[in-house]
Design a binder for this molecule. Structure first.
Ligand SMILES: NC(=O)c1ccc[n+]([C@@H]2O[C@H](COP(=O)([O-])OP(=O)(O)OC[C@H]3O[C@@H](n4cnc5c(N)ncnc54)[C@H](OP(=O)(O)O)[C@@H]3O)[C@@H](O)[C@H]2O)c1
Length: 265
């Protein structure tokens, strides 16, 4: 299926690996020009080089890297110095650490809220009016299944991301945006095979004196699909949310999780 977004411009945050890279790759596969952001320049440039090497034949795709911390004012300024009129924005940054809520002070909360709530809101604010004026815009926020099914030790993520979810539910339904072809949706990953997931299971293995393979096997068995998702699968869903065909889909929380969430809705 042709998603009808070739030659559009996308900003993909947290794009050097994992889910962000999966989204960037899927968009590049659709002929979208991409600005990729991550803090570590080496991994970012290497990821961009891999995407350029595999870019769909014949399509004149541009891939630009911006090594920056997207959660800072300076980082966002560096991105918008490169380009302002994005058609597609995928917001993403590292998740907050897990732990015991008794150990989190105000600073820990401010950091989580800054990265996982205020940064996406700042990015949305910076682009939506331009998108509406041009008659097309797609924003996809990578959040977490923990928004819908909160996990005790991920309190910082549950809290900060719920704030973003509430904001998005309102702004996506703003008629001045929704009637002008601008959609805003959240993608809530369940368990996807990325470095982030590996580091969580590594910590769990060390804590419980088990092998990481044993911890991964138990986690996979909990998923009805009996496996973790791949960044490619995640990217394909993101690309569809950015498609012309998804123009009537806004303000939604889409949860790719292999059936892990047990509810009907
Ligand atoms: N994987 C899962 O199963 C899963 C499940 C639920 C939720 N999530 C959430 O989904 C998001 C992506 O997860 P992932 O598994 O893809 O993580 P990952 O494999 O650790 O990749 C994170 C990416 O984001 C970049 N990044 C992190 N902080 C950044 C910042 N401040 N500014 C710019 N780039 C930044 C990283 O590069 P640099 O470090 O070089 O900046 C990297 O490219 C996270 O928020 C995570 O909590 C993931």
């Amino acid at each position: 299926m042709d998603l009808g977004i070739a030659n559009k411009w996308a900003l993909v945050c947290g794009a050097s690996k994992g889910l962000g890279l999966g989204c960037a790759a899927a968009l590049v596969g659709e002929g979208v020009n991409v600005v990729m952001v991550a803090r570590g320049q080496e991994a970012l440039d290497a990821a961009a080089a891999r995407l350029r090497a595999g870019a769909v034949g014949g399509k004149p795709i541009e891939i630009i890297t911006v090594p920056a911390d997207i959660t800072t004012v300076e980082g966002r300024a560096a991105v918008f110095a490169v380009r302002q009129d994005f058609d597609i924005v995928v917001t993403n940054a590292g998740g907050p650490p897990s732990g015991d809520f008794r150990d989190w002070d105000r600073e820990a909360w401010i950091k989580a809220v800054d990265a996982n709530m205020l940064t996406p809101i700042e990015l949305i604010k910076a682009v939506v009016d331009g998108m509406a004026a041009r008659g097309f815009g797609r924003i996809v926020n990578i959040t977490s299944s923990a928004v819908k099914a909160p996990i005790d030790i991920l309190g910082l993520s549950n809290g900060a991301r719920s704030g973003l979810t509430g904001f998005v539910a309102g702004v996506a339904r703003n008629p001045q945006l929704a009637s002008k072809g601008v959609t805003i949706n959240n993608l809530l990953p369940g368990k996807f095979d990325t470095d982030r997931l590996a580091s969580i299971y590594q910590a769990s293995a060390e804590k419980t004196s088990q092998s990481i393979d044993a911890v991964r096997a138990v986690a996979q068995k909990q998923v009805p699909a009996q496996r973790f998702g791949t960044p490619q699968e995640f990217g394909a869903i993101c690309a569809f949310l950015c498609s012309q065909q998804a123009g009537y889909l806004t303000g939604q929380n889409i949860m790719p999780d292999g059936g892990l969430y047990p509810g009907a809705f």
